[in-house]
Design a protein around this ligand. Structure first.
Ligand SMILES: [Zn+2]
Length: 227
């Protein structure tokens, strides 16, 4: 009799697992393959982190999302910061003011999700205007974290600094000028910063320290911080 109860319990667990897997939206289901097109969900960050270990799948997902890039071979040009293969962003949904942007694949994937599912829809929602341009101070840079002897994630092409945004109607949104301001620009910056924390390992803004007073630092390194 006890045997039958255990068998029934086991079958119940399997059936429940199947139903969850079958009907849970893919963005919340860690067993579903990643997609940069689906909305941000509970499993998005885990899937992005997993892309770090599957370069081929990561590039496939960027292509599927319409991101154009060029593969840069490890050329040994920067002796202090040798890189493995990295990507140069050629085209995403929104132009960036600075080029070239050299990044690891999973960093580019996180950036694309932020752009597609946060930056663009929030611009429409708050200002009623499409996003025209993303302003950046750059991605790859062979240097240490300011004031330390530790290599910055920028030196691994695994980070980007974002200083502001320009909308189609000409509105300028600047991290330096509008952070914490009680205005639509301030609201926009607060929201996109908060949502970046769900995608990148590290998100730093002006509240972190004076070195970040004019930009958001976003990276996919191993340290998890949201400040
Ligand atoms: Zn930075």
């Amino acid at each position: 009799m006890r045997h039958w109860r255990l068998i029934l319990l086991g079958l119940g667990v399997i059936a429940l697992g199947y139903l969850v897997h079958r009907f849970l939206p893919p963005q919340h289901n860690p067993l579903r393959p990643p997609s940069l097109i689906e909305p941000i969900g509970l499993a998005t960050y885990g899937k992005l982190t997993a892309l770090k270990y599957d370069e081929e799948l990561c590039r496939e997902k960027l292509i599927e999302a319409g991101v154009e890039f060029e593969v840069l071979r490890a050329d040994g040009a920067e002796k202090k910061c040798p890189l493995d293969e990295t990507l140069r962003l050629k085209r995403s949904l929104t132009p960036f003011n600075a080029a070239p942007l050299r990044m690891t694949c999973h960093q580019m994937a996180a950036l694309h999700i932020w752009e597609r599912h946060v930056l663009r829809p929030q611009a429409e929602k708050i200002f009623g205007s499409p996003l025209r341009q993303i302003e950046t101070y750059g991605s790859f840079s062979c240097r240490n974290i300011s004031g330390t002897r530790t290599r910055s994630q920028h030196s691994y092409a695994n980070a980007i600094d974002i200083s502001g945004f320009v909308l189609e109607d000409g509105t300028q949104i600047s991290v330096q000028r509008h952070w914490r301001e009680r205005s639509d620009a301030g609201k926009y910056l607060g929201r996109v910063h908060k949502k970046a924390c769900r995608l990148f390992s590290t998100t730093l803004g002006p509240d972190y320290d004076a070195a970040h007073a004019d930009h958001f630092h976003l990276d996919m390194g191993s340290v998890e911080t949201c400040r």
